[in-house]
Design a binder for this molecule. Structure first.
Ligand SMILES: [Zn+2]
Length: 322
């Protein structure tokens, strides 16, 4: 079964890359878009939506699984293009987004950026929201982001998982950072158990193709693989820290493409997430030496390059292979 045939014709998946999350366009009398990609690709996101809605009603709703910069970077531009559109965020993010509280949004922490937008309503876990032609259950998640929600359509048994479940990788467990003072691995496991209870036939992840082949067997396999990865990270938290740092560095270089090494090291020093990930090592190697070792590994794997005082992204190695 091809990935596109997993979804009904009135749900259009814009499968994006790693810097931009996937977007799901729910067609109907009141079209809705779920997640809007990265700021760098905002014009392309708008173009995809405008093309798909050509000749029909305008965009009615913009909803978000969560507010990481790869999931809501196109929202401000969509609001400009569709001034009547109603923007929804997870209920726990309402105050944060209305005040654009940079300490609570993840952008200062990670050294990322996102164009400011305002919300008009909330996605309340435990409630149902009408998006396009379907009624979606809103479910809370934890582990990757405790302010993230998943959307589940029970008749289609279709889950829009955001970054709570990918097919063959685990997203960064941000809840493990010391600032949150939570058991992020336990939170992630609870979210996987919740997905298991929902018994989705098809999952649209935040990144990568939709999956659900074999009457949902692909979903069972993805959950098993995520659990294995969490168990490994729980046993070796330094491996999770290293994976997180590699993914965040690659993500930044996908955004800027290249920059001077001097500016890059200023960026590294200015993003508190790296020191917070490094805390999982509990000593042994300094933050600077640890990051240098990680940059060496990324360069060896040809995921990044450094030469003539510059550093840049190497498109030959995707984020999936970090
Ligand atoms: Zn995320």
């Amino acid at each position: 079964m091809s990935a596109s045939s997993l979804l009904p014709a009135d749900l259009q998946l814009f499968q994006r890359g790693w810097l931009s999350s996937n977007n799901v366009l729910c067609l109907g009398e009141q079209p809705a878009l779920i997640d809007t990609g990265h700021d760098k690709h905002a014009e392309l996101t708008l173009h995809l939506v405008q093309t798909a809605l050509l000749g029909g009603p305008p965009l009615h709703t913009v909803a978000h699984t969560h507010l990481h910069s790869d999931h809501c970077g196109g929202t401000a531009l969509l609001q400009q293009a569709y001034p009547g559109a109603h923007t929804l965020v997870a209920a726990s993010s309402w105050t944060t987004v209305q005040h654009w509280d940079l300490q609570r949004l993840s952008y200062v922490l990670t050294g990322q950026h996102c164009r400011r937008f305002a919300a008009h309503g909330v996605l309340q876990p435990g409630s149902v929201v009408r998006l396009g032609n379907y009624d979606w259950e809103v479910h809370a998640t934890a582990g990757h982001d405790s302010d993230a929600v998943m959307l589940f359509e029970p008749r289609l048994r279709l889950l829009l998982a955001g970054d709570a479940l990918w097919q063959s990788q685990l997203s960064i467990v941000f809840d493990e950072l010391p600032r949150f003072d939570r058991d992020g691995f336990a939170g992630f496991e609870a979210t996987l158990a919740q997905i298991e209870r929902l018994q989705p036939q098809v999952v649209v992840p935040g990144h990568g193709a939709a999956f659900g082949e074999g009457e949902g067997a692909a979903v069972t396999a993805a959950i098993a693989s995520a659990r294995k990865r969490i168990a490994l990270f729980r046993a070796q938290p330094e491996q999770h820290a290293r994976y997180g740092a590699k993914a965040l560095i690659k993500y930044h270089l996908l955004d800027v493409e290249h920059m001077t090494l001097e500016a890059f090291h200023q960026w590294l020093a200015g993003a508190p997430v790296f020191a917070e990930l490094h805390a999982a090592l509990r000593g042994g190697i300094s933050l600077e030496a640890w990051l240098e070792d990680i940059l060496d590994e990324l360069e060896r794997k040809d995921a990044i390059w450094r030469r003539d005082g510059e550093i840049g992204d190497s498109p030959t190695v995707s984020r999936q292979r970090l």
